[in-house]
Write a protein that binds this ligand. Structure first.
Ligand code: NAD
Length: 488
């Protein structure tokens, strides 16, 4: 892979030898059944669909399309497991299973990371160093709470809700499964979960881990398929808690369908985060934070810093440095350890991203992409930047969910806050300044669930995560994440 830096920087071009992660140790079946009541079983539908490697367009394995009757069997299994086993088990015993799951995930981390990268397109560096370790960390963290619920909610009598129906997206497949399953199990609930249709494989490997951990049958059930399967879970009368992560559009459909029922609901939806750089911030550090904020996981990140707000006085310098840094990003084989930006998750998502790039050009914003090569086969998008973006432009308002950054300027703190808040979303934000007082001022005035200061995209299981406005409601992670699964 050759990377050429712009002439003005007078740095030589340099080459990195390929460093592909081996796939020898990966053990995948050609086809996966549903995981219901502790065992793999075929769907009554008899239908399957391929899970595709977005970097090669080849089929990795066949996934089962569940139907409504499969969902019903899974929910019944979960209900029986809740009533007869899991809710009655002392918290300290539940914790042992959850710890065991975490340990098994650690032991199989390398295989899980490679599968996550093959199935979803994200760079191996990210699945190896972020997705899988964080997923295991969530199980460890919530295992610790399982026997301490009375201390978490003193003077209340926390009780599990029953069967939790959970639906997750494709951007962090195993991590989102961990965010959902770990707190549900710690609090004594049982689970029926549906992974996203393009990224079901690590969920099926997790099912194997549940078997190895000898998790009692029915405690977690995994049903695969498309939107109809998600809808069947959400609307099943025996599901008492619905936890959804995905688009705001689908979140609204689910909220409408649950209106008037007694189901608890948490929604983790889309975002369009402002990443705000002040003239007193450390510019080079901010450039790294901007790159990480928008190009991490190809920009398939709900909390991505997709709207750059730069103080006018440093705009030209910062954009020059940003473009220079973008030139050095390596786009390509997700299994190569040097890769910075992997494959776009699906052809459909690539089409969405490309249509937004066209919209941005038509809206009159200035478009920039570095000259890096991309492979012929697979779904690719170079890191992209729009400058001269107006507040009303669609590319600055709508979630693109790809490696596309928009840049705007501001002059005063008040203007930065006003622009940052001027969106339907409110999931996250970033601020770069060396003034602590400015950070506190901004964090208290921004309608965003998370605000990172002088860093970006830092996650920890102890820290609650969730949105304001159309980014959803409810929190996952930390003590707050327990409350969502309990009657207190
Ligand atoms: P999506 O809403 O299209 O799909 C998410 C999941 O919902 C998938 O499993 C899908 O099969 C299922 N689904 C689709 N229609 C459904 C319906 N009517 N009823 C029930 N389930 C249904 O979203 P996506 O494209 O997979 O994911 C990207 C979106 O997820 C982005 O908007 C992103 O911001 C959001 N996201 C949010 C967070 C967060 O924590 N706030 C985290 C990750 C992703």
């Amino acid at each position: 892979m050759t990377t050429v830096l712009p002439d003005e920087n007078a740095q030589p071009s340099w080459e990195l030898a390929p460093a592909p992660e081996s796939t020898d140790h990966v053990n995948l079946k050609p086809a996966y059944d549903l995981f219901i009541n502790g065992e793999f079983r075929p769907s009554r539908s008899g239908k399957r669909f391929p899970s595709i490697n977005p970097a090669t367009e080849s089929t990795i394995a066949e996934i089962t399309e569940a139907d409504e009757s499969d969902v019903d069997v899974a929910v019944k299994a979960a209900r029986a497991a809740h009533e007869n086993v899991w809710s009655k088990m002392p918290g300290a015993e539940r914790a042992k299973y959850i710890y065991r799951i975490a340990r098994l995930m650690q032991e199989q981390a390398r295989e899980l990371a490679v599968i996550e990268t093959m199935d979803g397109g994200k760079p191996i560096r990210e699945s190896r160093d972020i997705d899988i370790p964080l997923a295991a960390a969530h199980f460890f963290y919530y295992a610790g709470w399982a026997d301490k619920l009375n201390y978490a909610f003193p003077n209340r009598r926390p009780e599990s809700l029953g069967v939790a129906g959970q639906v997750i997206p494709w951007n962090f497949p195993l991590l989102m499964a961990a965010w959902k399953i770990a707190p549900a199990l710690a609090t004594g609930n049982t689970v029926v979960i549906k992974p996203a249709e393009t990224t079901s494989l690590t969920a099926m490997k997790l099912a194997e881990i549940f078997q190895q951990a000898e998790l009692p049958p029915g405690v977690v059930n995994i049903v695969t398929g498309h939107s109809e399967v998600g809808a069947a879970i959400v609307n099943h009368p025996d599901v008492k808690k619905v936890a959804f992560t995905g688009s705001t559009e689908v979140g609204k459909i689910i909220q409408r369908s649950l209106a008037g029922t007694d189901k608890s609901l948490t929604l983790e939806l889309g975002g369009k985060a402002a990443n705000i750089v002040f003239e007193d911030g450390a510019i080079d550090q901010a450039v790294e934070g901007i790159i990480n904020g928008i190009y991490f996981n190809q920009g398939h990140v709900c909390c991505a810093g997709s709207r750059l707000l730069v103080q006018e006085s440093i705009h030209d310098e910062l954009i020059r440095k940003l473009k220079h840094r973008m030139e050095s990003l390596i786009v390509g084989d997700p299994l190569d350890k040097n890769t910075d930006i992997g494959a776009i998750n699906s052809r459909e998502q690539l089409n969405t991203i490309n249509s937004y790039i066209q919209i941005g050009k038509d809206e009159g914003a200035q478009f920039y992409q570095p000259s890096c090569p991309v492979p012929d086969k697979g779904f690719w998008c170079r890191p992209s930047l729009f400058t001269d973006v107006a507040q009303s432009n669609r590319i600055g308002q709508e979630e693109i969910f790809g490696p596309v950054l928009t840049a705007q300027t501001f002059r005063t703190v008040a203007e930065a806050i006003q622009k940052a808040n001027n969106t339907q979303y409110g999931l996250s934000a970033g601020v770069w300044t060396d003034k602590g007082s400015k950070i506190f001022n901004l964090t208290s005035q921004m309608r965003a669930g998370i605000v990172w200061a002088n860093t970006y995209n830092k996650f920890d299981p102890t820290s609650p995560f969730g949105g304001y406005k159309e980014s959803g409601f409810g929190r996952e992670g930390g003590l707050h994440g327990l409350a969502a699964y309990l009657k207190v």
